[in-house]
Write a protein that binds this ligand. Structure first.
Ligand code: TEU
Ligand code: CA
Length: 558
């Protein structure tokens, strides 16, 4: 297995709008980020992934970019950006930027030109098609409700938008467009950033006949119709050849629609495309595959473990994984995969242990390091996400059961991840001096960075120990992985080993006590407790154990 810095790194995701507000307008900004870099350094992370900060009319909180070279006014200026990068360098933090090039904003100058006339030089930067007998060109649906085709009266044609109608899809078939994107990437790389997280990158190559989507099956449509188009690998190899390979950087593709068999085609070290992808298999565990806004009760731990085991095997020694349990698009990991009531702290630690002890590069989403949980959303006025607001309008029009609709939004909304970072117990959780753009979780008096720093047994101090443990033990980074008790719905137990070094992780991911028996072939003779989230007597035999709810232990076996 090839060793490199990005495999050994820990990445922290900042959602700038909700991180820290420096000027009291209720919106996080770059100066706010700068003021909190010490927190990241203290945690021990190496790389920051910054969700988009480019100029944007904010239809989708910055994932709709109107100028790839500019900074969103609410966040600051390019001078602020340069200062942030310099301050990061001082602290040995690398910066990974979000690259959103499946679509731009409709307010981008390219689209403004493109929509003017059929022979405009930028026309072909987007997908324009005539309708069929007054209908849209295909049945494709937007992720954010309604048709994916928007009629534009000026030229009497439709344009494609897989996301909101203010996010028209860019046409990667056009070579000039590709060169423009590569130029823009070089601009940021030359400033000294260390990589890109690539938004919905499997979508950039389209099936140009726009084959019919399976309207009753979201998952299948995403995998077979929207993602992995015919030229995807050609485009990524070209991007790698022309841009990425010229810099010592790292890349991660948002792997929406990539199945476990396809992953290696994107990240294989021989193919020269991306370093890693985020796969989404575990993000679907509690959802109806046909409709992602519909729940299917609680998830099964056996299925959760199988996903990580299958990806570990599928990527093998030529690929590399990205490990995450939450990001800005999903509910909080503790509320989703743990227990945010009686075992908030224990389950936050138990789940974090999964992130830091599997093979792959771990990602911390802001706030998870203090065990932030889902927000108690009530009425439609509490939500901010365009995904919810569009779906709400549609549900009203379709005369759906609105209480049922709100219930599923309360469970799945992306807004859970977007409530402000809780820094201290002062007003507005220390996030802003003004009124925050979205609700602040009422638990901030108890759950905040300041308190977590002072409490020896806090979630944050456990994260620090985990990060440190991973740094000290490359077996946790590169080692082999052997899972035991695959079928258990309580225990996730595996051995990470490299050469003679053997680390055993015993994790009770459940709210009940669990009986554990050391796998027969493992000797317990020489064992050293490296980390645990409960008081444990070091001398205790581990031949059989009764694990407490969400109890986790990491042992070195000799
Ligand atoms: O996400 C793509 C994507 O598939 C999610 O938006 C989707 O809503 C989620 O998986 C829930 O089903 C990326 C960004 O991460 C997201 O914030 C953007 O809204 C989206 O692309 C468009 O740029
Ligand atoms: Ca601000």
């Amino acid at each position: 297995m090839q060793k490199t810095w990005w495999k050994e790194s820990v990445i922290y995701q900042i959602y700038p709008r909700s991180f820290c507000d420096s000027n009291g307008d209720g919106i996080g900004d770059i100066q706010g980020i700068i003021s909190k870099l010490d927190h990241l350094q203290e945690l021990g992370v190496n790389i920051v992934w910054l969700s988009p900060i480019y100029a944007s009319p904010n239809d989708d909180n910055g994932y709709d970019i109107s100028d790839y070279y500019g900074i969103m006014q609410e966040f600051g200026t390019i001078e602020d950006f340069d200062q942030m990068l310099a301050e990061m360098k001082k602290r040995n933090l690398k910066l990974m930027m979000d690259l959103v090039v499946n679509h731009s904003s409709d307010e981008h100058q390219w689209f403004q030109e493109s929509r003017k006339s059929k022979d405009n030089p930028y026309r072909d930067f987007y997908f324009w098609r005539k309708g069929e007998n007054g209908n849209s060109p295909s049945n494709w649906r937007s992720f954010f409700s309604g048709s994916a085709w928007q009629y534009d009266p000026t030229t009497e044609e439709y344009y494609l938008h897989l996301f909101t109608k203010k996010q028209p899809d860019l046409n990667w078939e056009n070579e000039k467009l590709r060169q423009e994107i590569y130029k823009m990437m070089r601009f940021w790389l030359d400033k000294g950033i260390s990589g890109f997280r690539m938004d919905v990158i499997p979508f950039i190559s389209k099936h140009l006949d726009f084959p019919p989507a399976y309207l009753d099956n979201f998952d299948k449509t995403m995998k077979e119709i929207y993602a992995n188009g015919p030229r995807i690998h050609e485009f990524l190899q070209e991007m790698n050849r022309e841009v990425l390979s010229k810099y010592d950087i790292t890349t991660v593709g948002e792997g929406a629609g990539i199945s476990v068999h396809q992953g290696i085609e994107y990240v294989s070290s021989d193919k020269k495309e991306l370093h890693t992808i985020f796969h989404f298999d575990h993000m679907g565990l509690d959802r109806n595959p046909k409709n992602h806004m519909d729940g299917i009760g609680t998830y099964k731990l056996s299925a959760f473990k199988k996903i990580f085991t299958d990806w570990h095997q599928a990527l093998g020694s030529k690929g590399w994984n990205s490990l995450f349990l939450s990001n800005h698009d999903f509910p909080r990991m503790v509320s989703r995969f743990g227990n945010d009531q009686e075992y908030r702290i224990e389950s936050a630690k138990s789940l974090a242990t999964v992130l830091f002890t599997l093979r792959g590069t771990p990602y911390i989403y802001q706030g998870d390091e203090i065990g932030m949980v889902n927000y108690p959303f009530q009425n439609i006025e509490d939500f901010r996400d365009v995904q919810v607001l569009n779906a709400y309008k549609e549900a009203l029009e379709e005369q759906q059961d609105m209480e049922k609709f709100l219930d599923s939004q309360r469970r799945f909304t992306r807004d859970h991840a977007r409530t402000p970072m809780q820094w201290d117990e002062s007003e507005n959780a220390g996030f802003t001096g003004g009124k925050a753009w979205i609700g602040i979780h009422p638990n901030y008096l108890e759950v905040n960075v300041k308190k977590s720093r002072q409490d020896r047994d806090s979630v944050m101090n456990y994260y620090k120990k985990l990060i440190n443990l991973r740094k000290q033990n490359l077996t946790l980074v590169y080692g082999d992985y052997e899972i035991f008790y695959e079928d258990s719905e309580q225990i996730y137990c595996y051995l990470r080993s490299m050469n003679e070094d053997k680390l055993l992780i015993i994790n009770n991911i459940s709210s009940h006590t669990a009986d554990f028996e050391l796998p027969k072939h493992l000797q317990e003779s020489g064992k050293e407790l490296l980390l645990s989230n409960y008081e444990v007597s070091v001398a205790q035999s581990i031949k059989t154990l009764v694990l407490r709810p969400y109890e986790v232990r990491i042992y070195r076996l000799q």
